[in-house]
Design a protein. Structure first.
Length: 103
């Protein structure tokens, strides 16, 4: 393997490791305020929503209902208490049926 590639991989590993390890070192033994803990617990859900929402609107060009139907199916299946895999498989199944019978 080329030494430049190896150095790049090592550099990327270090750059990725530092921001993940830094909070552990800075906040070791310290308790965050309850408000900040609540905000940080909701960050993954907010990021996931920001990543998914544009895809709902743009999943099939010119057919907004395709995304709306898939989203509604996923919400209903998730509301019924299914795990993530079942929600994904269920939404794909509903969209497959939708595309076969209604498009």
């Amino acid at each position: 393997m080329n030494s430049t590639i190896v150095l790049m991989i090592i550099g990327m590993a270090i750059v990725t490791y530092i921001p993940r390890m830094l909070p552990f070192l800075v906040f070791k033994g310290k308790e965050l305020p309850p408000f900040l803990q609540g905000v940080l617990k909701n960050v993954p859900f907010a990021v996931l929503g920001a990543l998914i929402f544009p895809s709902i609107l743009l999943i099939q060009e010119g057919n907004l209902m395709f995304g709306v139907v898939g989203t509604a199916a996923a919400f209903v299946i998730a509301f019924l208490g299914a795990n993530v895999i079942l929600v994904v498989v269920g939404a794909i199944s509903v969209l497959s049926l939708y595309s076969v019978f209604l498009m």
